[in-house]
Write a protein that binds this ligand. Structure first.
Ligand SMILES: *[C@@H]1O[C@H](CO)[C@@H](O)[C@H](O)[C@H]1NC(C)=O
Ligand SMILES: *[C@@H]1O[C@H](CO)[C@@H](O)[C@H](O)[C@H]1NC(C)=O
Ligand SMILES: *[C@@H]1O[C@H](CO)[C@@H](O)[C@H](O)[C@H]1NC(C)=O
Ligand SMILES: *[C@@H]1O[C@H](CO)[C@@H](O)[C@H](O)[C@H]1NC(C)=O
Ligand SMILES: *[C@@H]1O[C@H](CO)[C@@H](O)[C@H](O)[C@H]1NC(C)=O
Ligand SMILES: *[C@@H]1O[C@H](CO)[C@@H](O)[C@H](O)[C@H]1NC(C)=O
Ligand SMILES: *[C@@H]1O[C@H](CO)[C@@H](O)[C@H](O)[C@H]1NC(C)=O
Ligand SMILES: *[C@@H]1O[C@H](CO)[C@@H](O)[C@H](O)[C@H]1NC(C)=O
Ligand SMILES: *[C@@H]1O[C@H](CO)[C@@H](O)[C@H](O)[C@H]1NC(C)=O
Ligand SMILES: *[C@@H]1O[C@H](CO)[C@@H](O)[C@H](O)[C@H]1NC(C)=O
Ligand SMILES: *[C@@H]1O[C@H](CO)[C@@H](O)[C@H](O)[C@H]1NC(C)=O
Length: 489
């Protein structure tokens, strides 16, 4: 009969052997991570900041290596890699796929080349992938969306090609997809905006996407949508108006056509709407002029018809930019614009607006005012006098209208911040006042194609920043201006 002690002793030995084996096996899992990190390092050809110096085969404590963070639980496993702006050159190794517990990988703004390894799709715990700002090429890995913890994908500013993998579309945890400034092409997957309660940011700006904007169905968190500078065509889907979480709809510089859906006006949290540089037609739906929250509103350079509603200044009181230029708008410029006290940029140029211009002197923040290429008249020029109180004005263009009468002295009392002044192609008579030199910061002065008489006043020689001046004159004294590069007649 073995004694009680012997039994206990045997049990104790058995137990300790078991834990030793267990520890060995777990330590071995850590070793997988250590080997994967060393393998990643072998793909990096240079790191001039010495960031990978601590990464060595002699060092077992990989959790202390620069850029590596481990989880707190035993055994230690790599939880995050952080190397943004680290000047790493080289390629991403597929070994990274062995870092089973990797949750965050931030290698943004380096000099990485080659492709994104397909193995990254095998990381079951990957939450954040940031590889923006390198020279990565090839396709986005087909497997990428397989992880159901993937939330943040930031691959902007590389040279990626191919399309958006369907796995990303099906990834229900995805909240942020930033693929801007690559050369991705093909259609945006038709189900990208289908049934997602997490998707909040989609930025596909400056790629080569073609085809239609997919419909929106049960996307409840989408705030920021930017599809600017692609080759998207067809209509804007009316279902976009059902996405009440939207704060930015940026669809400019595409080939969109048809009517602007009236439903866009139902997105009551919208701050920015950019539909410029498309082929949209019909009139701007009245609901859009009713979005009180809006700060940036651009539908410029389309084929839009109709009038600007007279109440616009009351229904869009928070606008800082209103860009309706290069359309086919008619009617008067509403006097209520004077109520948009935050307005900085107003561009109504290149339309068929007529009548006189309203007083906008209340717009203390106005910086750029472009009413050129319309059918506007001057009447008593009180409009210009009112602009004397816009103390931030840098650009004023009234060119290509039907302004007549003699040029009022008010022009020289405009803010000295003014850099760009054009009154060209009107029927303005009189002469340019000598006090034009009050406008000390003028870089461009355009007065050609009017009925003005006399020479350019010699005081213009004081305008040291002037580099464009156009006026019918024989006074070449202005040629001595230090920066003048263009003299147009
Ligand atoms: C431990 O890891 C090495 C490779 O790092 C492997 O060759 C070995 O089979 C592993 N042993 C166990 C018990 O998992
Ligand atoms: C970037 O990487 C390429 C090769 O991958 C190399 O030729 C180039 O010198 C690197 N540039 C910098 C600034 O490190
Ligand atoms: C690590 O990844 C490489 C490349 O994907 C693979 O060949 C290797 O088997 C992996 N090693 C371990 C220990 O899983
Ligand atoms: C894109 O990345 C390159 C290389 O890192 C950098 O020089 C450039 O400033 C980046 N551009 C933008 C818009 O982020
Ligand atoms: C982008 O890809 C398209 C084809 O998909 C190609 O025609 C174009 O030249 C590429 N642009 C750049 C800048 O690489
Ligand atoms: C929507 O997504 C949820 C979770 O991802 C899924 O369970 C459900 O079946 C989907 N519904 C439809 C209509 O696709
Ligand atoms: C908007 O959502 C409602 C309710 O879910 C639905 O009945 C309607 O068809 C949707 N509108 C569009 C244009 O998709
Ligand atoms: C504008 O908003 C007001 C008040 O919210 C509402 O009564 C009116 O129907 C809206 N008009 C349009 C054209 O959407
Ligand atoms: C004026 O608008 C038309 C479209 O309505 C456009 O084709 C043309 O380029 C615009 N001109 C300028 C100078 O912007
Ligand atoms: C300016 O034009 C208007 C009509 O456009 C005309 O009634 C007025 O007489 C003109 N004034 C001068 C000074 O030519
Ligand atoms: C003229 O421009 C300069 C440089 O942009 C600026 O610092 C200065 O404040 C401007 N002067 C006026 C009167 O706006």
């Amino acid at each position: 009969m073995p004694s009680m002690f012997t039994l206990l002793y045997i049990l104790l030995i058995l137990f300790s052997v078991r834990t030793t084996i267990l520890e060995a096996a777990q330590a071995n899992k850590s070793e997988i991570d250590r080997q994967a990190l060393l393998c990643f390092k072998s793909g990096i050809s240079s790191y001039p900041l010495g960031i990978l110096d601590s990464w060595s085969d002699d060092s077992l404590n990989f959790c202390g290596w620069k850029g590596v963070t481990c989880r707190t639980k035993f055994p230690p496993r790599v939880a995050s890699l952080n190397f943004n702006y680290a000047r790493l050159s080289g390629k991403l190794s597929g070994c990274l796929g062995n870092l089973t517990f990797l949750s965050r990988m931030n290698l943004a703004y380096n000099n990485l080349s080659g492709t994104i390894p397909e193995e990254l799709g095998m990381l079951p715990n990957l939450h954040t992938l940031n590889l923006a700002g390198s020279y990565l090429q090839g396709n986005i890995p087909i497997s990428l969306g397989a992880s159901n913890s993937l939330s943040y994908v930031y691959l902007a500013n590389n040279t990626l090609t191919g399309g958006i993998p369907l796995s990303l579309t099906d990834c229900s945890s995805l909240s942020t997809l930033i693929l801007s400034r690559n050369n991705l092409s093909g259609k945006i997957p038709s189900t990208l905006f289908d049934n997602s309660s997490k998707l909040a940011v989609v930025d596909l700006q400056k790629n080569s996407f073609t085809g239609l904007i997919p419909r929106f169905h049960k996307v409840t968190a989408l705030k920021f949508l930017c599809l600017t500078e692609n080759f998207l065509s067809g209509n804007i889907p009316p279902s976009i108006g059902n996405v009440s979480s939207l704060t930015s709809i940026l669809l400019g510089q595409n080939k969109l056509s048809g009517l602007i859906p009236e439903t866009i006006g139902h997105t009551t949290k919208l701050l920015e709407l950019d539909l410029s540089f498309n082929s949209l037609s019909g009139s701007v739906p009245l609901s859009l002029y009713n979005m009180t929250s809006l700060k940036y509103f651009s539908v410029g350079t389309n084929a839009l018809l109709g009038q600007i509603p007279s109440h616009i200044g009351y229904s869009l009181p928070n606008l800082h930019s209103l860009i309706l230029g290069s359309n086919k708008l008619e009617g008067l410029i509403p006097a209520s614009l004077a109520n948009m006290l935050n307005l900085q940029i107003l561009d109504l140029s290149n339309n068929s607006l007529h009548g006189s211009m309203p007083s906008l002197g209340s717009l203390a923040n106005l910086r750029q005012l472009d009413l050129g290429r319309n059918l506007l008249e001057a009447h008593d020029w009180s409009f210009l006098t009112s602009l004397e109180s816009c103390s931030q004005l840098t650009k004023l263009s009234l060119e290509g209208n039907a302004l007549n009468g003699s040029l009022p002295i008010a022009v020289v009392n405009l803010s000295p911040t003014l850099e760009d002044l054009s009154l060209a192609s009107n029927q303005i008579s009189g002469s340019i006042p000598v006090e034009i030199s009050n406008l000390v910061n003028l870089t461009s002065l355009r007065m050609e194609s009017n009925f003005l008489s006399g020479n350019i006043p010699s005081t213009i020689g004081k305008l040291q920043y002037l580099y464009i001046i156009s006026y019918q004159t024989t006074n070449y004294q202005v040629l001595s201006l230090p920066r003048l590069v263009t003299l147009l007649n």
